[in-house]
Design a protein around this ligand. Structure first.
Ligand SMILES: [Ca+2]
Ligand SMILES: [Ca+2]
Length: 552
């Protein structure tokens, strides 16, 4: 800002100098007074207010605008007489930083120049023309509820369409809850969704979501629903209205209703500023503020931004009576100057130092520190058929666990999984694993990338994440679990053939949980393994295993 001011001031001096110079060659004329109230204006990326320049003049004046070939500024009036005020408004900038000049000219007066700068765009916009940078969540077998459709009312002609099915069986916790979330996580900033809100079945338990999510206690929402009859009556919803809830799930909790028009496009903005390192949240619909609240937490909690349609209890009086849907034109996130750097999935920070141990299985002897339960070592590979394991004795912790596995081809739904498991030795339910398996039809439908027939899945898992499946072709693959510490807790990355496919921060700490490592081939166990018994004996063959123990 300071530098701009100096630049503008030098510019002003320069024009005075030029004029004085010119004057000596001209017939001497009396200089007329014409002053401007400012020499520079700065606009934000998405300006919401007009700015003004006051002109003090004794005569007629004209304003010339040079906006560098662009057309982003509106200046009025273009001319006037005597004292006046010109208003300057700027459009939203979707490109780099840009500048313009206003020159105010009055006869026989010095020219006055105002320099105008608009900040460059540094946001993220998801146009919903494709799924780049996005993940589908909650998919089930047999339907395709999340699609990109053509729509003339969107600037890019495309919208994300999500629908849920009618009926009791599709309601509630395990019902139709379809979401599209950003893979990148964001902190403070401005989140904007443009959403078409149709009219839902009256009092249906369905909700459109435009929200940000960290965990169940740190979630900020717009939820748009028909609502219960009681809620509609309490908030005077008309026959063509839907209800819009703004809510914070906790820290603190609140949930407030406002009616909004159905069968219309709306813009939902969640603005998260930082005030004493805590979020100051504001919810706006179509530019109108509905709620402002100071939250109990700040950027140690960061969010995926989500668009959804879900059949949820509480949103109405009964199960959905019709297929309900919403259209999402875009989702935009724009940070503040002070906002944290977004966390981009797939980009890991530099690897910590450590010591690497590698087993190539070149000898048929069982290597020291390992316990074999049913496997064999032959021809440089460790082979683990159905129902066997190969267990590493020493305790393990933060590190990079890499192995090459030859993935067999197995029929959909057969109860068979094989891979590496970092499991707690002092608790039942904490692990980081990466198994290959065929999966059931439901497992396969739940994948972000739809598997092709014949492909197997890599099951990336830890309890607080759940299952994240990635299709791979049968054959040799290098799989890695990269387990680091972040703020004292385990943070995992699952890597397939060198590509990070998933990262996840847990709250498990090394103080609470001791881990061991093993290769396991499961077969014909619980329902999580599949929905039918194996049709044969399948071999998981490992060419090597490498463990880089990180130093923290
Ligand atoms: Ca769009
Ligand atoms: Ca080998």
């Amino acid at each position: 800002m300071k530098r701009r001011y100096v630049y503008a001031a030098i510019g002003a001096l320069y024009s005075i100098a030029l004029l004085s110079c010119g004057d000596s060659f001209k017939e001497k004329t009396e200089l007329v007074r014409c002053e401007v109230s400012t020499y520079d204006l700065t606009f934000e990326v998405s300006p919401t207010e007009v700015q003004t320049v006051d002109i003090t003049s004794e005569t007629e004046w004209k304003v010339a605008v040079d906006q560098g070939g662009g057309d982003w500024l509106t200046v009025s009036p273009p001319e006037g007489t005597g004292n006046g005020t010109i208003t300057v408004s700027a459009g939203k900038n979707s490109g780099p930083r840009r500048g313009a000049t206003l020159t105010v000219a009055a006869r026989n007066a010095e020219l006055r120049t105002v320099t105008i700068i608009q900040d460059g765009y540094n946001g993220f916009i998801y146009h919903y023309g494709d799924f780049e940078g996005l993940q589908k969540v909650g998919l089930v077998a047999g339907i395709d509820p999340i699609t990109i459709v053509d729509n003339d009312e969107c600037e890019d002609g495309k919208a994300l369409r999500i629908y849920t099915r009618p009926g009791e069986e599709y309601s509630g916790t395990n019902g139709d809850r379809f979401k599209v979330q950003t893979t990148t996580q964001f902190g403070s900033g401005r989140y904007e969704w443009r959403v078409y809100v149709p009219k839902f079945g009256m009092n249906d338990r369905t909700s459109i979501g435009a929200f940000v999510y960290f965990d169940d206690a740190h979630e900020l929402d717009f939820e748009i629903c028909s609502g219960t009859a009681a809620a509609r009556s309490a908030h005077n919803a008309g026959p063509d209205d839907m209800l819009c809830l703004v809510s914070s799930q906790a820290n603190p909790f609140f949930s407030e209703y406002t009616p909004i028009k159905a069968d219309a496009w709306h813009t939902f903005v969640l603005d998260l500023k930082l005030e004493n390192d805590k979020y100051l949240a504001e919810w706006l619909v179509d530019g109108k503020s509905l709620k402002k609240a100071q939250l109990d937490y700040g950027e140690e909690t960061y969010f995926r931004a989500i668009s959804s349609v879900e059949n949820l209890y509480g949103m109405g009086d009964h199960a959905a009576t019709q297929e309900n849907y919403a259209l999402f034109d875009y989702l935009e996130y724009v940070p503040y100057d002070y906002s944290m750097k977004p966390i981009v999935e797939g980009e890991l920070p530099p690897e910590p130092e450590g010591t690497t141990t590698r087993w190539d299985f070149e000898s048929e002897e069982i290597p020291a520190d390992w316990t074999n339960a049913g496997g064999t070592i032959a021809n440089g590979t460790l082979n683990l058929p159905n129902g066997t394991s190969f267990v590493y004795g020493p305790e393990v912790g933060p590190g990079k666990y890499t192995w090459e596995i030859d993935v067999p081809a197995i029929g959909t739904g057969e109860k068979w999984l094989a891979g590496g498991n970092i499991a707690a030795t002092n608790a039942e339910e904490r692990s980081f694993s990466m198994f290959v398996f065929p999966g059931t039809e439901d497992d396969r439908a739940a994948c972000q990338v739809t598997p092709l027939p014949g492909q197997m899945l890599v099951r990336c898992y830890t309890e607080s994440l759940g299952v994240y499946g990635v299709p791979v072709n049968p054959g040799k693959h290098t799989l890695t679990i990269d387990l680091r510490l972040k703020d004292g807790a385990y943070s995992a990355a699952w890597i397939i053939d060198g590509d990070v496919v998933k990262t996840f921060d847990t709250w498990y700490t090394p103080e609470e949980f001791r881990f061991g490592f093993s290769f396991v081939t499961f077969a014909n166990g619980g329902g999580w393994q599949g929905d039918r018994d194996t049709q044969g004996t399948y071999m998981a063959s490992y060419d090597y295993f490498e463990y880089k123990k990180y130093e923290y």
